[in-house]
Design a protein around this ligand. Sequence first.
Ligand SMILES: Nc1ncnc2c1ncn2[C@@H]1O[C@H](COP(=O)(O)OP(=O)(O)OP(=O)(O)O)[C@@H](O)[C@H]1O
Length: 263
Amino acid sequence: MESKGYEKMADKPMIELRDVRKVYDNGTVGLNDINLKVNKGEFVVIVGLSGAGKSTLLRSINRLQDITSGDIIIDGKSITKAKGKELRLIRRGIGMIFQSFNLVKRSSVLRNVLAGRIAYYPTWKTTFNLFSKEDKQKAYEALQRVDLADKVYTRADQLSGGQQQRVAIARVLTQDPKIILADEPTASLDPRTSKHVMKDLKMLNQEYGMTVIANLHSVELAREFGDRVIGVRKGEIVYDGKMSETPESVFKDIYVDKEKKND
Ligand SMILES: Nc1ncnc2c1ncn2[C@@H]1O[C@H](COP(=O)(O)OP(=O)(O)OP(=O)(O)O)[C@@H](O)[C@H]1O
């Protein structure tokens, strides 16, 4: 790939995991020495059986939980070693989308989307709702991008599940992160709504260049929206390839009962 001097940074991965191991307090090995590089602008889907370690992987990347050993580098900086202000800055560059949307249900859609800007303000300002005009405008534009501009003042809990997830996507857009981690973003939604949500996530990836890693149960959605697929089993990466070159047998294999597989 041709790259100009200032774009040489693209050679550096956006996310890198080096020998990452996560052992829970009860001895369960969540991640077993994972090595992985994800480049800027990729849309990666992670597939695997329940309990394979997909959520552990995502939660480790933004340090929602600490890893046991190894290192995780975000855009050139170790999030594993970061503390205080540096950790907050790295985290500001990582947006999360959850299966359960994580909205403040009794607040308006606009308030929820503005929450994406919280990490840019000192706490006292957000406590008193002192968001700038520019940020309110940003939030409104983000809602336009997900076709929810007419719901600005609606209470979040009055929206359908799919609409709530799209508010969460608008919130992430307002946060303006480099990376989006989506943990089963469509697990609580019906197939048609799921597609709509995935299209909005893809829009953030394609139009804003955000790097996306999404855990997905649905092979169909993985196929349609992922550029790259990573298969996880028992805390290990068992497949990593371009989606367009991935045969159906890979998915079948990944979803085969792990106990049978290990006989
Ligand atoms: N807090 C915890 N304490 C102990 N073990 C845990 C904890 N969280 C997860 N695990 C275990 O770690 C392993 C990986 O779990 P993880 O939630 O990452 O899997 P997953 O692939 O995301 O599954 P699912 O699709 O069901 O969410 C499982 O064996 C799980 O039981």
